[in-house]
Write a protein that binds this ligand. Structure first.
Ligand SMILES: NC(=O)c1ccc[n+]([C@@H]2O[C@H](COP(=O)([O-])OP(=O)(O)OC[C@H]3O[C@@H](n4cnc5c(N)ncnc54)[C@H](O)[C@@H]3O)[C@@H](O)[C@H]2O)c1
Ligand SMILES: [Zn+2]
Length: 368
């Protein structure tokens, strides 16, 4: 097997076409060649989070040029605070100045905010041009770069504007994680561990056994674990692209309470992955009280999350505020909450019939 085959984590199949997700070390050097093999011609417009300036951006640009692409680069500050239409406008203006055409390619390089925003620009520029993602945060690698959801925030709410726009290629260089702040890295692990908890007990075992290598990003194990986690996300998206079936919803494990905690504590207090870790503990509490799992699995989940420096409890929050926030979650409005619950290690299902008192008890049990 060649290196390139080994680095292929998954092929995602969607109504907008199929695409490869490549995960490895130093794979950013192959960006141009890999892009060339998708058959895309045209110029490459690289839009990057300026946090990757200068070396990683330069390296990506050189790789594109080696693939034969004329390349233009825009490095801008892209964060949750400016994930909005003003920043979209800046990118549109840049594309307009350079007369970007239908056949050109937009490459987004950065965390999930960059991927969502650049993906949205690509979805709408000239009614849609090709986009390639080079995610540089762990959360973006194992989650947001795969699946085609793009969007930006409005003052009235997060991700209110967006489109499904699948990329043509996703290239993940694990070396990029070397500069990611430790807290962001842990938050990314929360989503990867979630994939193990809901669908792959072997991956969960690996996360438990190899926590120190994983968190240190040492050796091949973290690369393999990210690749496996990416494959799980890819399989789910391929099976349930628009979240209309029973599969993609499983990715929301821990998110009902997690979103509520983010909202009630004020966005930014907890990173998304941290809130999801706490939310998964609340969900595990619900499943235990419903007799779906035993306390041993709840302990396992708690211990694995803690070994990745993730919080498993929240302090200073009000139980009723959290519960009322779960009811206004955009995914649950207008009906009973669809809880994603474990029914074993590496196995999850959904339930709508969870009694209020059980939810309350489970939420109370994760609050200090
Ligand atoms: N499209 C989807 O399916 C989907 C799914 C989940 C989340 N999201 C979105 O993803 C966003 C969160 O993504 P995120 O957690 O990656 O946040 P982010 O993009 O803000 O990145 C986190 C922080 O890390 C920095 N950073 C990124 N890569 C770095 C690197 N290699 N070295 C140093 N610093 C680096 C960023 O500048 C930022 O400060 C949210 O806006 C959320 O709505 C989208
Ligand atoms: Zn999430």
């Amino acid at each position: 097997m060649s290196d390139q085959d080994q680095n292929l984590a998954t092929v995602v199949n969607t109504t907008q076409g199929s695409y490869r997700v490549i995960v490895g070390r130093d794979v950013v050097d192959d960006l141009g060649v890999e892009l060339r093999s998708t058959g895309l011609k045209g110029r490459a417009f690289l839009v990057a989070d300026e946090v990757m300036f200068p070396n990683p951006i330069r390296r990506a640009q050189e790789a594109l040029e080696r693939g034969g692409y004329e390349t233009h680069v825009l490095a801008i500050e892209i964060g949750e605070a400016n994930k909005n239409l003003d920043t979209v406008q800046i990118v549109y203006d840049w594309l307009a100045d350079l007369r970007a055409e239908r056949t050109d390619i937009i490459v987004g390089m950065g965390g999930g905010v960059t991927g969502d925003l650049v993906g949205f620009v690509a979805a709408t520029w000239l009614r849609g041009v090709a986009v390639v993602h080079v995610p540089t945060s762990l959360a973006a690698m194992v989650d947001s770069s795969i699946g085609g959801k793009t969007g930006v925030n409005l003052p009235k709410g997060k991700n209110l504007i967006g489109a499904f726009h699948q990329p043509k290629l996703v290239l993940q260089d694990v070396g990029h994680l070397g500069s990611l702040p430790a807290r962001e890295l842990s938050a990314g692990w929360a989503e990867a561990i979630k994939h193990g908890l809901i669908l792959d007990s072997q991956l969960l075992d690996t996360f438990e056994l190899l926590a120190s290598q994983m968190t240190a990003l040492e050796g091949e194990e973290p690369v393999a674990a990210i690749r496996r986690s990416v494959a799980i996300k890819g399989e789910i998206v391929s099976a349930d692209e628009f979240e209309t079936g029973d599969r993609r919803v499983l990715l929301n494990y821990g998110h009902t309470i997690g979103h509520a905690i983010e909202k009630v504590s004020g966005y930014g207090t907890y990173l998304h992955g941290e809130a999801v870790a706490i939310g998964m503990m609340a969900a595990a509490g619900i499943a235990e009280k419903l007799g779906m799992i035993d306390s041993e699995l709840v302990d396992r989940q708690r211990n694995v999350l803690k070994s990745y420096d993730l919080p498993v409890r929240a302090s200073g929050l009000d139980v009723d505020e959290i519960i009322s926030a779960t009811k206004s979650d955009k995914k649950t409005r207008g009906g009973a909450i669809r809880w994603v619950l474990l029914n074993g290690a590496g196995s999850a299902t959904t339930r709508r019939d969870v009694p209020d008192d059980i939810v309350r008890e489970a939420v109370l049990s994760i609050l200090d």
